[in-house]
Ligand binder design. Structure first.
Ligand code: URP
Ligand code: ZN
Ligand code: ZN
Length: 461
């Protein structure tokens, strides 16, 4: 397929210019003024539109067994929704079952994802049981499978949490093999204590989910993780960072010349904890860590501006209302997570770029380029350059639209952003040179999405 895109405003993490873009065999073959191409299959006029590299969301949970149920988007619906919102590549999490191997978990996740994806995807491997045999599998995951990042949980005690002994062992091995350790950094023991205390006092509403994970649980764990990473020398990445206290720990590490990469998620930038001050409706936003305060939003926007926060993801982990109601009598049984995969890019543009909180280049950097660099996909993904995959978003910066459950493609029966009015819309999305979404319609077939084997971690220069 040969496609010529004329007169678009091409925006990467470092550039911003008007040019034509020529795509052949799935990759970008030419960029220039007034490009002449023989017999293109299609010419697209992008005058007045931005052309961004396809979004990369490195934190999603599709069809994931969790808290006695499964996240409600499977690989088919989740990757469809991703493409509608301009995300062309996502990274999902394989969860090791305690007592079983990493390979066993990977097989399970491959069974659910193989041939079911519309957009490109990769996996992080979540290590929930680090022991002598797990140690031997780290190299195999990196070398044989192209899975180069290893997720750890310092919370979800009794389910996914590992202790510091396992953490240090894992960090040493991952460092040796050239990978990255990522973390859900909250203090699982303290949260466990507070959950039990509130329940014993008969406090069962969603608000107590928030109150059982105060900021200190996150700042303490982030600092501990950063310290262990410094000791072992492993490249380290904190997922879904929500608050000023945790950001300050990352800044402290930077003062010691240590680089701890940080991801926040769109919800922590635009929503706050006042949403828990209502009845059970607050369950829509029960996620871990919980939403925080306005002062934390300000801190995170500043962290993005200053380069202390490199990535804006979603932690997309949707549950239908019936599933959320599992916690009607007990907040600790509400499945944790919320739906956002479809709205990340448009929310970030509307709330970030249009409100002058971030520049256009920063928008591209944190929604695409940095994730590609950090997770070993750059420059195939995450930029617009000769030879890169033609994963592109043609974006209308002026189009206004309203988010609603009635319109979204995620498999969930409410929207966490119902009625939000946004400026800027993904108009046409391409994946590896094929039209993926046009006029709000999916144009690809299921299974087009490829598993992306990732390179060893080089970080961001
Ligand atoms: O609430 C959340 N974040 N659910 C998904 C699992 C996790 O901790 O990322
Ligand atoms: Zn988490
Ligand atoms: Zn997550």
């Amino acid at each position: 397929m040969k496609i010529l895109i004329k007169n678009g405003r091409i925006v990467t993490a470092s550039e911003d210019y008007i040019a034509d873009l020529y795509i052949e065999n799935g990759t970008i073959a030419g960029i220039g003024r007034s490009l002449e191409v023989q017999n293109p299959h299609r010419v697209i006029d992008a005058s007045g539109k931005f052309i961004f590299p396809g979004g990369i969301d490195p934190h999603v949970h599709l069809d994931m067994p969790f808290m006695g149920t499964f996240s409600s988007d499977n690989y088919e619906t989740g990757t469809t929704a991703a493409l509608h919102g301009g995300t062309t590549t996502l990274i999902d999490f394989v969860l090791q079952t305690q007592g079983k191997s990493l390979r066993n978990a990977l097989n399970e996740w491959q069974m659910r994802s193989n041939d079911n994806c519309y957009c490109d995807y990769s996996f992080h491997m979540a290590v929930t049981d680090f022991n002598d045999s797990t140690r031997l599998e780290i190299r195999e995951m990196i070398e044989d499978e192209g899975i180069t990042s290893f997720k750890t949980f310092m919370a979800y005690k009794g389910a996914l949490m590992i202790d510091d002994r396992q953490m240090v062992g894992l960090m040493e091995e991952v460092k040796k093999q050239g990978g990255m350790v990522t973390v859900h950094a909250t203090n699982g023991d303290m949260i466990d204590y507070l959950v039990s205390k509130f329940k014993a006092e008969g406090k069962t509403a969603p608000l107590y989910h928030y109150l059982s994970q105060p900021e200190v649980t996150e700042s303490e764990a982030t600092g501990r993780f950063a310290d262990l990473a410094r000791y072992t020398g492993v490249p380290a990445y904190v997922v879904h960072m929500t608050c000023e206290g945790a950001l300050n720990q990352v800044r402290s590490a930077a003062r010691l010349n240590q680089k701890v990469y940080a991801e926040t998620c769109i919800q922590y930038l635009v929503l706050d904890a006042s949403l828990y001050e209502q009845n059970f409706d607050g369950a829509k936003w029960v996620m871990s860590p919980p939403l925080r305060q306005k002062k934390d939003q300000e801190a995170l926007w500043a962290g993005i501006q200053q380069g202390a926060v490199q990535v804006v993801a979603t932690d997309h982990c949707p549950f239908k209302w019936e599933q959320k109601k599992m916690g009607l009598q007990d907040f600790s049984k509400i499945p944790n997570g919320h739906p956002a995969i479809e709205h990340r890019m448009e929310l970030l543009f509307s709330e970030g770029v249009m409100k002058n909180r971030i520049s256009l280049n920063k928008f591209v950097e944190v929604s695409s380029t940095n994730a590609a660099r950090l997770f070993g996909m750059y420059p195939r993904k995450g930029t617009i350059g000769i030879g890169s995959d033609a994963d592109l978003v043609i974006f209308d910066p002026e189009r206004k639209h309203t988010i609603s459950v009635a319109k979204h493609h995620m498999n969930v029966d409410y929207s966490a952003y119902e009625g939000w009015e946004l400026t800027g819309k993904c108009e046409l999305v391409l994946l590896r040179g094929e039209i993926a979404v046009e006029n709000g319609q999916m144009q690809l077939s299921k299974g087009f999405g490829q598993f992306i084997r990732r390179n060893k971690v080089t970080g961001i220069a």
